[in-house]
Design a protein around this ligand. Structure first.
Ligand code: F6P
Length: 534
């Protein structure tokens, strides 16, 4: 078991990591260089290198589904100059990449048609709104992109050119949950005659999305059946299923089965973002991710940001740190943690290795958090004083998008201060422990902590950051020989939900003894009582 070393500021205990717009200080991760030599450093290094090599060469890296992982081809498609020829020319990559190029071109043409008002609603008016349906990886990415791009003011101009935006679409709504409250609020703000609907679903079989799609078809039909035929766009790996539900062929944007849902925001699931904010801004986002791919492809383990962070995650895990609190000190990134939670925990939250051996400890820390400084007034108290093993990651943006430098300096001072407080602590010297008048004020400090800084928040920087997190996730999986691309654990709940849904719909009297789960039976009886007593 590795031993944590006490935090000693004067020690250069870990190198800082820098590339492109990203600067990461890991001096407060409590590992000494000697410790790294002690562990099976070489083994982990080789596992990561082999995994990335296999992934970028299109080999099967998702063995339980017998698939490659092709999410990165969606950003390579328009940025091949950043990828070495060995990657470009692998024959199956050529197919993947050329398919991605065809789909990106198809989307760009359609997006321009909508933005220039050439693709209009059946009554001939320009669309003024978009409704995006999807859940999980078919929702979290587009929502995050919408929040950042809208707060960067991109909808008002064509990317960085400054040309007034040519789109009439200013209103984009997302519906993911099957809870009709969300749908009701969205539809109250939309007109079925001027709303373009995007249905994003890799499988086109997700119960919530299909249920919501049924509501939307009825809503569009209330304006006329031509709106059902004309005003729906699909993003999916199953075009035949979308077509069978009446979506026009040329409005179905297909992506490869090798693109995992939580890795899919680079492609058709984000078409609403292309429409509202323009192809240029979105392609800058893809370029940022491609730059991160290039960093990974051209860096050795010691200089690869995702590999180094994954190795640090792994050392923390081996020291019992199974919580990672991530706090972006930027209100435009309030949806970053929810997005990363699916990427991180649906990829790494596994119980066995790819070879089927049981895991003896969690393969990733629980990822949670909120924007700073808000988190300081919610849960930082626990982080400062509770005997609770967690690592901490603070993300700051050096250059703001506003002129209030003093407010930004205040924000940054809090980010740096919290990092120092978590590392150094207070009243935590042995002599102070003995003084009972002090110990309610003791902050132990010594929390494993990384402080990340982006030059500024741009579509490129966001693409770079999210791709970095993808590669960090994959690298941590590689170290532990687990499959980051499947998610068999989500199937059980879906199967039980189907049975319970049928029970509720056919329920006519307090459920008698059946082979059902007794607690569920009790809850169903209570639910029906409460409903009938309304
Ligand atoms: O949560 C399970 C899951 O399959 C995710 O992996 C996926 O992002 C989400 O459901 C939605 O799936 P789909 O895009 O196929 O509708």
């Amino acid at each position: 078991m590795n031993t944590l070393t006490a935090y000693a500021p004067e020690l250069d205990t870990f190198k800082t990591l820098e590339d492109g717009p990203l600067h990461i200080d890991t001096s407060r991760q409590p590992y000494t260089a000697s410790l790294l030599d002690e562990t099976s450093y070489v083994l982990e290094k080789s596992r990561i290198a082999l995994f990335f090599d296999a992934m970028f060469k299109g080999r099967v890296v998702n063995p339980s589904e017998n698939r490659a992982a092709g999410h990165w081809t969606l950003r390579a498609a328009g940025n091949l100059d950043l990828y070495p020829s060995a990657v470009r020319l692998m024959h199956n990559q050529r197919d993947e990449i050329s398919h991605a190029q065809m789909v990106q071109a198809q989307m760009e043409r359609f997006v321009e048609q909508v933005r220039q008002g050439k693709f209009r609603s059946p009554e001939g008016t320009e669309y003024d709104s978009i409704l995006h349906l999807g859940i999980g990886g078919s929702d979290l990415g587009p929502r995050l992109l919408n929040e950042v791009f809208s707060k960067l003011g991109l909808a008002k101009c064509e990317g960085s050119s400054g040309k007034p935006g040519s789109t009439s679409i200013k209103n984009i709504r997302f519906v993911s949950n099957v809870d009709y409250h969300e749908m009701k609020l969205a539809l109250e703000a939309l007109n079925p005659k001027t709303t373009l609907v995007v249905v994003a679903s890799k499988s086109f079989s997700t119960r919530e999305t299909l249920n919501n799609f049924g509501h939307i078809r009825n809503w569009l039909n209330s304006a006329g059946e031509e709106y059902v035929k004309h005003s729906i766009v699909a993003a999916t790996c199953k075009p035949e299923k979308a077509k069978a539900l009446g979506i026009a062929d040329n409005q179905i944007f297909e992506f490869s089965e090798t693109v995992g849902g939580r890795y899919s925001l680079w492609g058709p699931v984000s078409i609403a973002i292309r429409i509202v904010y323009g192809n240029q801004a979105f392609n800058e986002f893809l370029r940022g991710a491609a730059d991160m791919d290039s960093h990974v492809l051209n860096s050795d383990f010691d200089h690869s940001i995702p590999s180094q962070l994954a190795f640090t995650d792994w050392l923390n895990l081996r020291n019992g740190v199974t919580s990672l609190m991530m706090s972006p000190y930027d209100s435009r990134l309030s949806l970053l943690v929810p997005y990363l939670q699916q990427l991180w925990m649906e990829s790494l939250g596994k119980g066995i290795t790819s070879e089927g051996a049981p895991l003896m400890h969690a393969a990733c820390p629980v990822l949670w958090g909120d924007v700073g400084t808000n988190g300081q007034h919610a849960f930082f108290q626990m982080l400062h004083q509770a005997p609770f093993q967690t690592s901490i990651e603070i993300l700051a943006i050096a250059r703001p998008d506003h002129a209030e430098q003093s407010s930004h300096d205040l924000l940054i001072s809090h980010a740096f201060a919290q990092a120092e407080a978590f590392a150094v602590g207070k009243f935590n010297r042995p002599s102070e422990f003995l003084d009972s008048s002090l110990n309610f004020r003791t902050c132990p400090g010594h929390k494993p902590l990384s402080l990340m800084m982006l030059d500024s928040l741009t579509p490129h920087a966001l693409g770079y950051l999210l791709a970095m997190w993808e590669h960090r996730t994959v690298a941590l999986a590689a170290i532990q020989s687990i499959n980051p691309f499947d998610q068999w654990g989500v199937e059980l709940g879906k199967l039980i939900a189907e049975k319970i849904e049928k029970k509720i719909q056919t329920y006519d009297e307090p459920m008698k003894e059946t082979n059902e789960d007794p607690v569920t039976r009790h809850l169903l009886n209570l639910y029906k009582d409460l409903q009938s007593n309304a």
